[in-house]
Design a protein around this ligand. Structure first.
Ligand SMILES: Cc1cc2nc3c(=O)[nH]c(=O)nc-3n(C[C@H](O)[C@H](O)[C@H](O)COP(=O)(O)O)c2cc1C
Length: 96
């Protein structure tokens, strides 16, 4: 469980992965400090893979109005610090 695992060129630091969990906390699809705290704690806790919640590539793809999104540049900007914190811990951020 604690050995690294390489899949298609991506090496996870261990075999512990956090499944994606919709948090229903985004405004207009934007991840924010809540999502940062929610996901970073798993990286700090040592999970090798931290998969973010279902993130829609267009508004109608959301399963609720409070889902995160990735259909505008502002969404990319919102996710950037979150993935950076996870990566800075030597963990792998994932998307769903
Ligand atoms: C509160 C909650 C939110 C979830 N949100 C997502 C999601 O956003 N995307 C997804 O693919 N699966 C989602 N799931 C499913 C989980 O990622 C996982 O596949 C499921 O809980 C089965 O895994 P387990 O047997 O380890 O619990 C969610 C599950 C729960 C309980």
């Amino acid at each position: 469980m604690f050995r690294p695992l390489t899949i298609r060129g991506v090496t996870l630091s261990n075999r512990i992965g956090v499944s994606p969990m919709c948090m229903y906390a985004a405004e207009e699809g934007h991840a924010d400090g809540f999502h940062l705290a929610h996901l970073a704690r798993f990286a700090l806790g040592g999970a090798g893979l931290v998969i973010a919640e279902a993130t829609a590539v267009e508004p109608r793809g959301r399963i609720s109005p409070w889902d995160t999104g990735l259909w505008a540049g502002t969404h990319v900007d919102a996710w950037r610090p979150i993935t950076a914190v996870i990566a800075a811990q030597g963990r792998c951020p994932g998307s769903n």
